[in-house]
Design a protein around this ligand. Structure first.
Ligand SMILES: *Cc1c(COP(=O)(O)O)cnc(C)c1O
Length: 724
């Protein structure tokens, strides 16, 4: 959220909340206005806010713990501050732990044991993965941003539980705030009022966010059918499907299941209103509650899939629902489909093109097929930053396709799984959250992004829901994912209480926003919301903050790609080294081969032996490895030969149809006819997560200089010493 926008919205600390939401707690601003706030905080709030440039070197603890003394000072203050807060709650209460207690033998022994165990644990953790180092070039895991880390640790001392406002009055507000900030970053709404119509919250991660989005999408798809049943039961069969449209009582299940999300949610609202109007003798709140309860009784989440399907009339049945998703989808979608009752077999994967981006034409064919089979499409998933390749699906084309098919009565809930790539949206936003021109971005980020990537991010504002993980490119400690819905009414679909309680407020007692009843999870850490919140306050979600950090990382990926080209030239005639595609984000996947080798199985063995030299060896000390990368496999189960074979031929020099399906491979092996075939392509994968990869590591040679030397040495069969 831009610093500029803050003051103008009335609250410096919670700019994305509405006045009503802020009224639920006494904000620091109010307390200060009444002369009762903490002195330091009031001074901070009333001082003009100077622009604070993002200083990359101040942002992390550092590869050598360079910023440890500064973090130590902050954490000690945070701990003392928490203790002072404890004392200030009824200062006259007597201490429980007296000096004599603390001097007792039992007390001392307890603390000694505790200390020993703690430091033994820390010794064990020394074998952990050194994500903090620019030598770690593997998964999207890096050093955490200090504001997030400090806020997380400091808030743990309070241990708020964001399941309910009652046990997290502050961090619940922070959670609503950060979700709105993420909504604003992707263009879901501008200004507090528009943003208040979105809904989002922090989750334990992208998996839970995806599951929740599918849960809501399923409820939304069948909502009009539940409204039809409730309306018929209530003598409201004349309720029009759309204003001025045909009555709901005469609409078919297929027509109703094809309504756009907003139309479905509008229909629900009009049903409740019609119900209230038809009961003039009942108090409106009570009538609305009755209407909601009746609707709930017909809902798919209440009835379960079988009873719901059975409730539809003969001749008006629907086929089983499907989920259509980019082939490169994360495996959490399989979990989600199983949980949502579709079964993972009802996921229709859509092939990707040679850039590993969803093929929109193939998607159209899949959607048409679903329509022909009368199978409702619960959701279409586009991925922004695929887990394996960092590829960005053409969200703009999927949005266009939705328009096109809507005209044919086929609609789908569009979700963008931006668990990994979502924060890159900050690169696209200026400090007023306007979309930056592509030329300005390319000038800043080493030529990134390509037009397709730009259009995809610009179209995020049109999707129905979005997963974005602060614990990935937000550099926030685990657990911190998020799900955001563009139409905030979606949360009512999942609500465990009657939604239409017009008179919720008990007189004289303000009611805070509640999260727990609308979400999948129960008890959850308020410290996660606080961590995300402080990260956003210090690192704005636009070109000045996350945009600058992540822009550097995508620029590094382009440098990495160029350096791969240099190594390839150095090794020409002996080895092949090449990226599988130009990176859409900050991940580079690359393949290696021996020059002239045509056999895919041999090529894969070479990649695995290289990986073995660039990954943690459990039996050896951590620093036996100078660099760490990750690897993945393009498997025939997920990637079509039309995508992979040309790639192998052009980039790795593997001619012939050696890339085959698993069944075919088994057959070939059984007949002893496998002459180099495999059902996968092993590729190495490096995510650029450290902004310091081009800093000198020794002398004037950078981390990347050393890395590419090692890569060449290993390929030529040489060894490197663990020093230098
Ligand atoms: C990481 C990832 C997920 C899962 O997120 P978790 O936080 O690990 O649960 C989902 N989708 C994509 C695209 C991802 O990269």
């Amino acid at each position: 959220m831009g610093t500029a926008g803050r003051g103008s919205r009335g609250s410096r600390q919670l700019p994305a909340l509405t006045a009503a939401e802020r009224a639920a707690v006494r904000t620091p601003e109010q307390a200060c206005a009444e002369g009762e706030g903490d002195e330091g905080l009031c001074r901070f709030l009333s001082a003009p806010r100077a622009p604070r440039p993002l200083e990359m070197k101040a942002l992390f603890l550092g590869p050598r713990g360079e910023n440890a003394p500064r973090l130590e000072a902050l954490l000690v203050r945070a701990l003392r501050d928490n203790a002072a807060w404890r004392r200030a709650f009824h200062p006259g209460d007597l201490p429980v732990v007296s000096d004599e207690d603390a001097a007792s033998a039992g007390f001392t022994r307890f603390w000694e044991g505790f200390e020993e165990e703690l430091f033994a644990l820390l010794e064990e953790l020394k074998a952990d993965v050194p994500f903090h180092s620019p030598r770690y070039l593997g998964h999207f895991l890096g050093d955490t941003a200090l504001p997030a880390l400090a806020a997380s640790i400091a808030t743990l001392l309070y241990n708020p539980n964001n399941v309910s406002w009652e046990v997290s009055p502050i961090t619940t507000l922070l959670e609503v705030e950060v979700a709105r900030e993420l909504a604003a970053m992707v263009g879901f709404g501008r200004g507090a009022e528009e943003l208040a119509r979105t809904w989002g919250h922090v989750t334990s991660g992208g998996t839970v966010a995806n599951i929740e989005a599918l849960w809501a999408a399923k409820a939304a798809r069948y909502l009009p059918l539940a409204v039809r049943a409730a309306a018929l039961e209530s003598g409201l069969s004349g309720l029009p499907v759309r204003p001025g449209g045909p009555p709901v009582g005469s609409a078919t299940s297929w027509e109703l299941a094809g309504l756009p999300l907003a139309a479905a949610l509008d229909l629900e609202e009009r049903y409740v209103r019609a119900f209230v109007e038809a009961c003039p003798d009942m108090a409106p709140a009570e009538a609305a509650g009755r209407a909601a309860a009746r609707l709930r009784a017909h809902d798919v989440l209440t009835l379960g899939d079988q009873a719901f399907a059975a409730s539809l009339g003969e001749g008006d049945r629907l086929g089983p629902p499907v989920l259509v998703a980019s082939q490169t989808m994360h495996y959490s979608w399989k979990k989600a489909a199983g949980l949502a009752g579709l079964g993972s077999a009802s996921i229709w994967p859509v092939p990707v093109d040679r850039r590993f981006r969803l093929d929109a034409a193939a998607l159209r064919a899949r959607l048409r097929q679903a329509a022909a089979e009368r199978r409702p499409v619960l959701m279409a998933v586009a991925v922004c930053g695929t887990t394996e390749e960092g590829a960005v699906d053409p969200v703009h084309e999927v949005v266009r396709l939705r328009e096109e098919l809507r005209a044919e009565g086929l609609d789908f809930f569009l979700h963008c799984d931006a668990a990994y790539g979502g924060y890159l949206a900050a690169c696209f936003r200026d400090e007023r959250l306007g979309l930056r021109p592509i030329e300005a971005m390319r000038a800043d980020y080493g030529g990134w992004p390509e037009a397709e990537v730009y259009d995809a991010f610009a179209a995020l504002s049109e999707v129905d829901s979005l997963t974005v993980d602060p614990h990935k490119l937000g550099f926030v400690p685990y657990p911190a994912g998020a799900v955001v819905f563009r139409d905030g009414r979606c949360r009512e679909l999942l609500s465990q209480e009657a939604p239409y309680v017009f008179d919720a407020e008990e007189p004289g007692r303000s009611q805070g926003p509640s999260i727990g009843r609308y979400i999948l999870e129960g008890s959850k850490p308020g410290s996660a919301a606080a961590a995300v919140c402080l990260a956003h306050r210090v690192i704005p979600l636009d070109e000045r903050g996350y945009g600058a950090l992540l822009g550097r990382l995508v620029g590094l990926a382009r440098t990495f790609e160029a350096r791969l080209g240099e190594v390839a030239r150095r090794l020409e005639g002996r080895f092949v080294v090449a990226p599988i595609a130009s990176p859409d984000t900050n991940v580079v996947d690359y393949l290696v081969n021996a020059a002239g080798n045509d056999r895919l199985d041999v090529m894969n063995r070479l990649a695995l032996s290289l990986y073995a030299q660039l990954s943690i060896a459990p039996q050896e000390p951590l620093n036996a490895r100078r660099f760490l990368v990750s690897h993945t496999a393009l498997t025939s189960e997920a990637y079509a030969p039309e995508v992979v074979r040309p790639l192998l031929e052009e980039r790795a020099g593997v001619r012939g149809a050696y890339y085959v399906g698993t069944d075919e491979l088994c057959e070939l092996r059984r007949a002893s006819a496998a002459t180099g075939h495999d059902d996968r392509v092993v590729v190495l994968r490096s995510a650029m997560m450290s902004p310091f990869a081009l800093e000198p590591a020794r002398g004037d040679r950078t981390y990347l200089d050393f890395f590419f030397d090692d890569l060449a040495t290993f390929l030529e069969g040489g060894r490197v010493s663990s020093e230098a």
